[in-house]
Design a protein. Structure first.
Lengths: 289, 296
């Protein structure tokens, strides 16, 4: 039973993560390769504040949101002056730099050893101390975040994002400050990634830099692209599919040593086939054309 | 200080020669096709593993293994164009779509290599060993071979691109693909040739590097990333620029090893990229670009 709840937890965390990237990639057309970096910044900030300062989960989450917002703003300002593949390359650069800092700044992050002993989150005095309770906790915290995301996506601001994505020039001609809009979308998307970051840290109760690599960024992009970008539910469907896929391989009795690589092969082939035959993903509204 | 410094600088320069070789191949592909070709890393990994397979598993002589690896990687590059990019280019897909399929191909191919050969490091012993000493500076014979082969091949490539008929055709496609095809140039044949040649250069660099430090399936990504950074800081649209960029990155990394620590080389490489993107997005050897092609 715990196994099922574990899958629910991971699917929930990745669904929120993919939906947060969707705000930048799907709604605004900013294909960012440093989303795992923001996920990691959220996880590390929340963890450090909980372990070293002794904060509870919710105040720690607030700190994580603030730090991620500031750092993503620092990344957005130079990157968003660039367009197309230059932007992608700049975000890739930041992904590598953030990973490098998490890995090498041993004094702050304990580097490759990771941080263990993350306390069990408390939610208004209740200890979230079982896998099933954590699934509920993820649903509540994530649900609040997604509620805000839904309001954003369906507000006039959400419409403005899609306008910038579909025709930047036309949006600018209508008097919209395109760079400003993109910056806000990018920072908000990063902040929403800090929520699953903190949830992941509280759930695993141990984090190390290998959870926040370039491969992870590519994995999150695959979820958005496979489920369908620019659609509210698409990335969630992509996330659930990609989390369930390795579990399916487990039932086919593929040995663990092979499974990790085989999984990546399947993701890669899915990505190629989708781009070739259905670039908008399963239920998406935006096809990166 | 001086001897250590000269030694590190020389090591950096030799690494830079290998970066320049990968970057030259990458520039050949990027400048003519404008594909953000992440799968270039696959050609690199494939080059190393093919030579390993021929030399160690089949027991071929070194020269035959290297030539075989280079040729097969060229075929691999051409097939990427046929099966991956040409269908998208015919549909006039955006850069992002080509980039995402390239990313998908990289992920799938690298993990297939890992499934076949394992994730661990493999060594490629060619029976070349020994060092040469100049004053206090030591150079291994493999390093000498790296610098010589990479230098000669890059020089020949640049000369060919500048002076030969083929070079003129490639530059014509780079400058304006539509106009070139109106002039009777078969665009997709040129694209295929460029993918094949670029992939072969990556494979050569991979073999040269593997002879020294061995290989694992994931070596392709850092090699590709360094090449992409070298292309941007050297100047997109130029062929000499990325070569210069590669050499510069080799030297910068040597300075990082000397002054800070080897652990930070990757971060510094990308910090250099971001500085260039912000302050000089058109690179060292700038060429004036059409407005829609400018970075910022």
């Amino acid at each position: 039973m715990n196994y099922l709840w574990h899958i629910v937890n991971m699917a929930g965390i990745y669904a929120i993560l993919a939906m947060s990237l969707n705000l930048a990639a799907g709604y605004t057309g900013l294909l960012s390769l440093c989303h795992a970096a923001f996920y990691g910044l959220g996880a590390y900030t929340a963890t450090l504040v909980m372990v070293d300062v002794g904060f509870d989960f919710l105040p720690a989450l607030a700190c994580a949101l603030i730090v991620t917002a500031l750092l993503s703003l620092m990344i957005a300002l130079p990157s968003l002056r660039l367009r197309g593949d230059y932007f992608v390359l700049a975000t890739l650069g930041f992904q590598i730099i953030v990973f490098s800092v998490l890995y090498n700044w041993v004094g702050l992050t304990r580097g490759p050893y990771g941080i263990s002993g993350i306390p069990v989150p408390k939610f208004f005095g209740l200890e979230v101390d079982s896998v099933a309770k954590y699934a509920l906790f993820t649903a509540v915290v994530g649900g609040l975040g997604l509620g805000v995301l839904w309001l954003l996506a369906h507000s006039p601001f959400g419409r403005l994002l899609r306008a910038v994505r579909d025709d930047e020039l036309a949006a600018a001609a209508l008097g919209k400050n395109v760079t400003h809009v993109k910056t806000i979308a990018f920072v908000l998307s990063a902040c929403f990634a800090a929520i699953p970051g903190a949830l992941f840290a509280g759930y695993m109760r141990y984090i190390d830099p290998t959870s926040f690599t370039l491969t992870e960024s590519i994995f999150i992009i695959s979820m958005v692209v496979i489920g369908g970008a620019g659609n509210f539910a698409g990335p969630a469907i992509g996330a659930v599919l990609l989390v369930l896929l390795p579990e399916a391989l487990r039932f086919l009795h593929v040995p663990d040593s092979v499974a990790a690589n085989l999984r990546q092969v399947v993701y890669g082939i899915l990505l190629i086939l989708l781009m070739r035959f259905r670039p908008q993903g399963l239920i998406g509204e935006y096809d990166f054309e | 200080m001086s001897e250590l410094f000269v030694q590190l600088l020389l090591n950096g320069l030799i690494n830079g020669c290998l970066y320049a070789l990968v970057a030259a191949g990458y520039a050949l592909i990027y400048n003519t096709t404008r594909v953000f070709h992440v799968a270039h890393g696959v050609a690199y990994t494939a080059g190393a593993y093919l030579s390993f397979y021929f030399l160690v598993r089949l027991g071929w002589p070194l020269w035959a293994s290297v030539v075989g690896a280079i040729l097969l990687s060229g075929v691999l590059g051409a097939s990427m164009e046929w099966f991956l990019y040409a269908p998208l280019a015919r549909r006039r897909s955006s850069l992002l779509v080509a980039f995402l399929s390239s990313l998908g191909f990289y992920t799938a191919a690298i993990n297939i290599v890992a499934l076949v050969f394992g994730n661990e490091t493999q060594v490629l012993r060619a029976g070349v060993s020994g060092t040469i000493t100049f004053g206090g500076v030591i150079v291994t014979k493999i390093q000498m071979a790296q610098a010589l082969v990479a230098g000669l091949v890059v020089a020949a490539l640049l000369l060919g691109l500048g002076r030969s008929r083929w070079g003129r055709i490639i530059r014509a496609v780079r400058d304006n693909p539509e106009l070139a095809s109106v002039m009777g140039i078969n665009l997709f044949a040129i694209r295929t040739a460029v993918f094949a040649a670029g992939s072969s250069l990556a494979a050569l660099a991979a073999v040269l590097s593997a002879l020294d430090v061995g290989m694992d399936p994931h070596i392709g990504m850092p090699a590709l990333l360094t090449a992409a950074v070298a292309l941007i800081i050297g100047g997109i649209g130029t062929f000499g620029g990325p070569v210069l960029g590669g050499l510069l990155l080799g030297l910068v990394q040597a300075l990082v090893v000397w002054q800070i620590s080897a652990r930070w080389t990757e971060a510094v490489t990308f910090a250099v990229l971001i500085l260039f993107l912000v302050f000089r997005p058109y690179g060292l050897l700038s060429r004036r670009q059409r407005l829609e092609e400018q970075a910022a």
